[in-house]
Design a protein around this ligand. Structure first.
Ligand code: EPU
Length: 337
């Protein structure tokens, strides 16, 4: 295992923020995790970096940054209806989606082109176009730092919620996810009711529905709306879509007719944060190199040399203005380091 010191993290985060890490190493096997703990010279403060696509770096990172490079996709079981795959947490998510599509296995095609690694999928419970990762995740295996052992969590132990799981709460900083087991369908159930997908599939004049057609539609929508981090630094949706009481929503509708919402159960509704931010006039805003994307207001961007702090301050201005106008408190989806 090669440990480096004072390493720029710029190539390792999709926002393209340039801060140094005190220590840095790549994790390519599970034995290295034990080795790290045995090395008394290394700091015990550890930060895990997957694809670096959901993190905003605001300052020098003290401790050791672990870049996840655990690879491998293995079929562990199959029957007539399903196939179970165990996937190394350092695999690139989109490559797993394409592997599943090429094998004819359904369940994650709506999640095509989501940036990041397989290990981040359960942490965030990544979701898009009517599907969430939790629907196909069977188990998550992780190295538990305190127990010095691998522990496997089943789906219900992961406490999945909207962009949420136990890995953001009770198990935060406690584990390093090493692999995820997915259960995919041999007989696909197509999920195409999300508005943007329906429209795109119509536009594409699909003759016979297939998981590949769905993935192609998702890829077309994402590439048209979301900036490519290779061109403009960003971390996808910066905020979560807030859930508010139906009563609050009904009151807001009086002054803001046309405010979109989706039912979220228990007399609550979810409001698209992108709409709120756009209504507050931020869409396309730019201050120096920090800005709000011109085609999707939920995405903050680094045009070139913005600091993490500049992006953070812009996000705080957005939070304040949405709160002033709608009395809704936006919550950041990205992890702030
Ligand atoms: N909208 C606006 N202005 C904007 C953006 C959105 O008015 O600038 C409104 C529109 O009314 C639109 C609605 O918001 O109909 C929903 O927009 P969109 O379909 O683009 O989805 P989103 O709610 O903005 C969520 C996820 C995305 C995911 C898409 C598609 C969150 C925080 N974001 O965005 O996930 O790709 O749905 O399912 O839930 C991510 O998490 O990084 C991410 C990109």
């Amino acid at each position: 295992m090669q440990i480096q010191q004072n390493v720029s993290l710029r190539p390792f985060n999709t926002f393209g923020i340039d801060v140094p890490a005190e220590y840095f190493t790549s994790i390519t096997d599970i034995a290295s995790l034990q080795e790290l703990m045995d090395d008394a010279k290394l700091p015990s403060v550890r930060h895990i970096l997957g694809g670096g696509s959901n993190v905003l770096l605001t300052k020098r990172v003290n401790g050791i940054v672990l870049q996840n490079r655990l690879k491998g996709i293995t079929v562990i079981k199959e029957d007539d209806a399903h196939v179970w795959l165990t996937v190394g947490s350092g695999e690139v998510w989109h490559q797993l989606v394409m592997f599943a599509i090429n094998s004819g296995w359904a369940g994650i095609e709506n999640l095509a082109l989501i940036p990041g690694t397989v290990g981040a999928a359960p942490i965030q419970n990544i979701g898009a176009y009517g599907v969430e990762a939790k629907e196909t995740i069977g188990t998550v295996t992780a190295w538990h730092w305190q127990e010095k052992a691998l522990v496997t969590y089943n789906n219900s132990q992961c406490s999945f919620g909207y962009r949420d799981s136990i890995f953001k709460h009770a198990l935060k900083d406690q584990v390093f996810i090493t692999s995820v087991t997915f259960r995919l369908n041999k007989q696909p159930v197509y999920k195409i009711s999300y508005g943007a997908i329906t429209e795109e599939l119509e536009r594409m004049h699909i003759g016979t529905m297939s998981i590949r057609a769905i993935a192609n539609a998702v890829i077309a929508i994402r590439t048209s709306k979301l900036p490519d981090p290779a061109q403009i630094g960003n971390a996808g949706s910066f905020f979560k879509n807030p859930t508010i009481a139906k009563e609050h929503y009904d009151t807001l509708l009086i002054d803001h007719p046309g405010m979109p919402s989706y039912p979220a159960g228990n007399s609550t509704v979810k409001v698209p944060a992108g709409w709120l931010i756009e209504q507050c006039g931020w869409k396309g805003y730019r201050n120096g190199d920090a800005g709000v994307h011109s085609r999707q207001a939920l995405v903050l961007v680094n045009y070139s040399n913005a600091s993490g702090d500049q992006i953070w301050r812009l996000s705080q201005q957005i939070v304040d203005s949405v709160k002033d106008k709608y009395s809704i408190e936006l919550e950041r989806e990205v992890q702030v380091w």
